[in-house]
Design a protein around this ligand. Structure first.
Ligand code: SAM
Length: 369
């Protein structure tokens, strides 16, 4: 038997094991009987979506993907006006009252300019890498399809100014640009190396002439400061915060937040997330909308952060924010994603073996004064 060369330097407790232990303790209480099936899905191969790049001149991207069996989950979700009534026994999706939801479906906008194709439920086929067009612009961007939902929920309208507070590596920034309605986009991320990655992503997907500083402004600064410096400025603010990235933490050793040396950093996450959300609220104009999102199942990093930020904004800044109901929105996409039920605020996509997207949490707020 050959001994592995690095056996002596291998940690006694791999970070992935520590993460799973932590999840088993907290999520078995949070999700009760549902936790084992969420756990199994999180440990299996994640499903991707192909975010179609409307800047590519490649002619047959969508038809080629459709020929492989893929469908645009956004247009399907929007066209299904029929609102399903869930049975009380169905615990994986929310229990919604259809009569209450129908008017909301009709009132709200979902951008059909954003297209994201996925393989059907239960089909675990993989996407081929995207091809460049004659100018080198790639045809699609692969990402967890559920991560497009916070962008759709933000509902960017023509002429809007948008702040993407924690933007790198840039999947959601790219999705925001697909709507072609953004008048001015400020994409920020604290990490210089990740901001460099964001720039590279945009260079591979957006024509040079559109990457104009007056239209797309990219910075590497602490998002918490932008609340003060850019107060009351943006129509839309996306606050896609750093979190325990549950799927990554359960599967990958590299850059794992559950590494013992990163315990303090991990414990401080809810505070950082709250401060970032308060900054996002402050940077939104009166009447503007803010979407808070994470890729964790943790109630402490999701609902608790939202509640805490709402209180702090009111008490310390005198800003009132109102939580926007996204139940109609989850209802639209419930054929593609499995949403958690009974959340106090926001919506949460749960990993599921037949639709292995997420976790993605999102909550939409409106700044009132
Ligand atoms: N929105 C990105 C996307 O869709 O590709 C993913 C964002 S990732 C979940 C969170 C990001 O927050 C990381 O890139 C991290 O560098 C950044 N971050 C951490 N602390 C920050 C801070 N204080 N201000 C701004 N960004 C921060």
């Amino acid at each position: 038997r050959v001994k592995t060369k690095w056996a002596a330097t291998r940690p006694k407790f791999p970070s992935t094991e520590l993460a799973l232990h932590n999840f088993d303790t907290t999520y078995s209480m949070q999700f009760k009987d549902l936790w084992p099936s969420i756990r199994v899905a999180m440990l299996c191969e994640q499903k991707y979506g192909a975010l179609i790049n409307s800047f590519s001149s490649e002619p047959h991207i969508i038809t080629d993907l459709e020929a492989q069996g893929c469908k645009d989950f956004i247009s399907i979700g929007c066209s299904s006006n029929e609102v399903h009534q869930h049975s009380q026994e169905d615990t994986t999706t929310s229990h919604r009252d259809s009569t209450e939801l129908e008017p909301a479906v009709l009132q709200h906008n979902i951008s059909l300019d954003i297209k994201c194709l996925v393989f059907p439920q239960g089909d675990t086929s993989r996407f081929k890498p995207a091809r460049p067009d004659s100018s080198g612009i790639l045809g699609y961007y692969l990402l967890d399809a559920a991560s497009v939902l916070p962008v759709l929920a933000l509902d960017v309208q023509p002429g809007h100014t948008v702040l993407d507070l924690c933007a790198a590596p840039g999947g959601k920034t790219l999705a925001l640009l697909q709507a072609h309605s953004v008048d001015y986009l400020w994409a920020n991320d604290l990490s210089v190396s990740r901001t460099t990655r964001l720039r590279r992503t945009l260079q591979s997907y957006v024509p040079k002439e559109l990457l104009d500083e007056n239209k797309i402004h990219i910075t590497s600064t602490d998002g918490r400061q932008l609340g003060l410096t850019e107060e009351n400025r943006f129509d839309r603010v996306l606050v896609d915060v750093p979190c325990t990235t549950d799927r990554h933490s359960a599967m990958v050793e590299e850059n794992n937040l559950f590494k013992r040396s990163r315990t303090k950093e991990r414990q401080k996450l809810p505070l950082l997330q709250t401060q970032l959300l308060v900054a996002g609220i402050q940077a939104a104009r009166r009447g503007g909308h803010i979407v808070y999102s994470t890729c964790t199942l943790s109630q402490l990093q999701n609902e608790c952060v939202v509640q805490q930020a709402i209180s702090l904004a009111q008490e310390e800044l005198g800003i009132t924010v109102q939580v926007q109901d996204l139940r109609w929105f989850a209802q639209c996409f419930s054929d593609t994603f499995h949403f958690a039920s009974h959340l106090s605020v926001g919506e949460l996509v749960l990993p599921h073996l037949c639709a292995n997207f997420g976790p993605i949490y999102m909550c939409k707020l409106q700044r009132i004064n």
